[in-house]
Design a protein around this ligand. Structure first.
Ligand code: ADP
Ligand code: MG
Length: 756
């Protein structure tokens, strides 16, 4: 098989969707017309009816009546076929949001008529495998999304995790830790896609907006192993990337600042990088292709000017209000036509999973074989010994598995029998019996374990083998002969159509050249007429080209202004940050950070080196080890200082263990006073229970409200309370502002402790 192929162009097709209900209701003009036969798209200027329509020619074009299956048969089937042969293939859907990218890629899931490329390719791949002969296949799928330059694995459990791109010299760029699922049927791979789609919408509040700002890439890897002429197994690996790009309309960033501006810039980044890569590839003069500018272009590097086969579907809308975007899309697509790829078959790559599987299966089988072989030999030996069993005549041609099963059963029965014999043997001493029984039990246990291991190995082999698909065995092709013929006819028709279109295009271009050569003029007048006609034709062509140039220039100017605005905003941002650094960050700190900062090529971002000791750069400064008995780490210095002088400052904790600092005493021991009898009597009087005190309040009359009844005038008895004695004092009014007339004692006599 030829490994290398000459270069071929990226195939570009355009699809125009039908007017949607809203457009019909608003009676928008249809400005796009499609000439399927010629492969041309004509776009009218809605403002200038007299202006000639702009014409774009592509490999094929599809109008609003196009069927999904026609698109598949004509455009995508050949690509998927080459993936099955071991080429890498990529299908991009490009266009403004709402023009049918997702419809083309996925379509309507439950409707077989309107299924898109992705489900159709599932069907195609597994049908192909089911019809194959003497080939072993392994199919696996991955699904990822790029949003704001971050890669999310749509099949992983942890959707918050972001993946990184890595590069290896032998296999190129890949996504590190991207999960992939081995699938055995179209149903299984469809399930994988559904899971991914669910995850895609989970993180987003508005699915439409989200999908218009993110790129979704579904990757199918088909590995095929076949016995080559050299008698060795050869593996071919084809990878199919199915890419639903973000909407090509410019993300408006008017007025956006800071984070929002960055967001808008990032959303645009991958698509504009794709545009730049295409321009650089087509230009021919530029030696540098900016693949590294975005994740998308890095990941799909092979598909653009690399070793993959690529089809780009440019989707456009027919209505007049979309004309600007439609033209931009068509120009973009027109440029992409000129990209040259050099597709080649990936034969025996190092990272083929199929090879790993085959090797693993072989290893497991060998292990299993060894075990069974050992048993067999042992059995044969035993059989030779116990000739009396009379089983020698058994044929050796039974199925391995059955034999293994038989063997286990036989061994178990034998052990049971022996155990029984021991139990029934009365001649043995009890101890001996016990020992023998234990021995038998242990043997039985060993046997069981061995059997389990054997079964596990066999199951593992089976599971792995079931993942490797073989035509007519793992998956049966249910289509009948008639259907198969139908498919073939469809393919032929598609091929025919393609050839017809190519020829038409050639005829068209030659027409103009040959016309001149054939013509002979009978009269001067005729010559003038014909030449005038031709001149007119050429003039209109010139006008069209001029208009095109002008349009392109305008588009460039717009783009440049956009870039300039972007640059201005970023510069402003940068200046502000500089000012902050200059004015608020000490120079020393700034230098420290500058010294620590380094650029990580792998991640393509700036990072900080960990803080290190100055002397030995490689050793991380670690926390001082905790001093024994302390909960907190202590520095060496503190530990020493603590020992030398009992300074509180170095006692990081446990300060309570300090010796108590006793202050000088300021009190005296109590000494009983010598009390005069008079004082003692007064004291006793004062300490008497309050209840017993007689208060004479006769002097209160007149100055204090209504006169209390005569019976109460003698003594006011305080209600009994449970309060302790000490507080009783407060119940006597002491305020100097109490209403009283000087000289008249309104208070009861003081009964204080200290005689005045
Ligand atoms: P995009 O993914 O480009 O944003 P969609 O694929 O979501 O656009 O398409 C927008 C709408 O147009 C959908 O409702 C889709 O069903 C419809 N549509 C797009 N293309 C076609 C087509 N060729 N035929 C019928 N309906 C279409
Ligand atoms: Mg979409």
């Amino acid at each position: 098989m030829s490994k290398a192929k000459s270069s071929e162009s990226v195939k570009v097709v355009v699809r125009c969707r039908p007017m949607n209900d809203k457009e019909k209701a608003s009676k928008f003009d249809r400005v796009v017309s499609v000439d399927v036969k010629l492969g041309q798209i004509l776009v009218r200027n809605p403002r200038e009816a007299s202006e000639l329509p702009k014409v774009f020619t592509f490999d094929s074009v599809y109008d609003s009546n196009s069927k999904q299956i026609d698109l598949y048969d004509e455009t995508f089937r050949p690509l998927v076929d080459s993936v099955l042969l071991g080429f890498n293939g990529t299908i991009f859907a490009y266009g403004q949001t709402g023009t049918g990218k997702t419809y083309t890629m996925e379509g309507v899931r439950n409707d077989p008529e309107r299924r898109g490329v992705i489900p159709n390719s599932f069907e195609h791949i597994f049908t192909h495998i089911s019809r194959s002969q003497n080939q072993q296949y392994l199919v696996r799928a991955s699904y990822l999304e790029i949003y704001q330059e971050e890669i999310r694995d749509l099949l992983s459990k942890d959707q918050s995790h972001r993946l990184e791109l890595r590069e290896r010299p032998d296999t190129g760029v890949y996504v590190k830790d991207l999960s992939s699922f081995v699938t055995k049927s179209a149903r299984e791979i469809e399930h994988v896609m559904n899971v991914g789609n669910q995850n895609r919408s989970v993180g987003s509040t508005n699915m439409n907006e989200h999908s218009s700002r993110s790129h979704a890439i579904f990757v199918i890897t088909v590995e095929c192993s076949e016995l080559g002429v050299d008698g060795e197994n050869h593996i071919r690996v084809g990878k199919l990337n199915l890419v639903d790009l973000a909407g090509s309309e410019r993300q408006t960033k008017t007025g956006a600042q800071g984070e929002r501006l960055k967001e808008a810039t990032k959303i645009n980044l991958s698509l504009s990088a794709l545009g730049n890569v295409i321009s650089a590839l087509v230009d021919g003069r530029s030696s540098h292709v900016p693949y590294r500018d975005s994740k998308l272009t890095r990941l799909l590097q092979d598909s653009l000017g690399g070793n993959a086969r690529t089809v780009m579907v440019a989707n456009v809308g027919p209505a007049s209000y979309n004309v600007e975007e439609t033209l931009t899309t068509l120009r973009y697509a027109n440029r992409a036509k000129n990209i040259k790829n050099k597709p080649h078959i990936n034969e025996d790559p190092k990272d083929a999973l199929l090879r790993e599987f085959q090797e693993e299966i072989a290893k497991l089988k060998e292990q299993l074989e060894k075990r069974v072989g050992k048993k067999k030999r042992r059995r044969q030996r035993k059989r030779a010994g116990e000739g009396e069993d009379g089983e020698d005549g058994e044929t050796e041609e039974e199925d391995d598995e059955e034999e293994a099963g038989d063997y286990w059963r036989e061994q178990q029965e034998k052990l049971e029998r022996e155990k029984k014999a021991v139990l029934e043997d009365h001649s043995l001493v009890a101890e001996e019996k016990e020992r023998l029984l234990r021995e038998k039990e242990k043997k039985m246990e060993d046997l069981r374990r061995e059997r389990e291991v054997g079964e596990m190995l066999a199951a593992k082999v089976k599971a792995m083998e079931s993942k490797l698909l073989v035509g007519g065995k793992n998956i049966v092709d249910h289509t009948n002969e008639q259907q198969r013929m139908l498919e073939m006819r469809r393919q032929e028709i598609a091929e025919q159509k393609r050839r017809e279109r190519e020829m038409q295009q050639q005829v068209e271009s030659r027409d103009e050249e040959t016309l001149e050569l054939k013509e002979t003029y009978s009269s001067l007048q005729q010559e003038v007429d014909i030449k005038t006609k031709k001149l007119k034709k050429l003039f209109s062509k010139l006008q069209a080209v001029k208009a095109e140039i002008q349009d392109t220039q305008e588009a460039h100017i717009k783009e440049r202004q956009d870039h300039e605005q972007n640059q201005n905003e970023l510069t402003r941002d940068l200046k502000l940050k500089h000012l902050i650094i200059e004015n608020f960050i000490p120079l020393e700190e700034k230098n420290k950070i500058l010294n620590r900062a380094f650029y990580d090529d792998e991640d393509e971002s700036w990072k900080m080196k960990p803080i290190t000791r100055i002397e030995d750069d490689h050793q991380m400064m670690s926390r001082p080890p905790s001093a024994v008995g302390y909960r907190r780490p202590l520095s060496h210095h503190a530990q020493i200082a603590m020992k030398i002088k009992p300074d509180m400052r170095y006692k990081a904790e446990n300060i309570l263990l300090l010796d108590m600092d006793l202050p000088a005493r300021t009190t005296k021991e109590y000494q009983e006073p010598v009390i005069a009898p008079k004082v003692a009597a007064a004291l006793e009087d004062a300490l008497r229970d309050e209840d017993e005190i007689q208060v004479d309040a006769s002097g209160f009359h007149g100055s204090l409200g209504p006169t209390p009844p005569a019976s109460a005038s003698g003594s006011i008895k305080k209600p009994k309370s449970g309060r302790p004695r000490t507080s009783k004092k407060s119940s006597t009014p002491t305020s100097p502002f109490s209403p009283c007339s000087p000289g008249s004692p309104i208070y009861p006599q003081s009964r204080g402790l200290v005689p005045k």
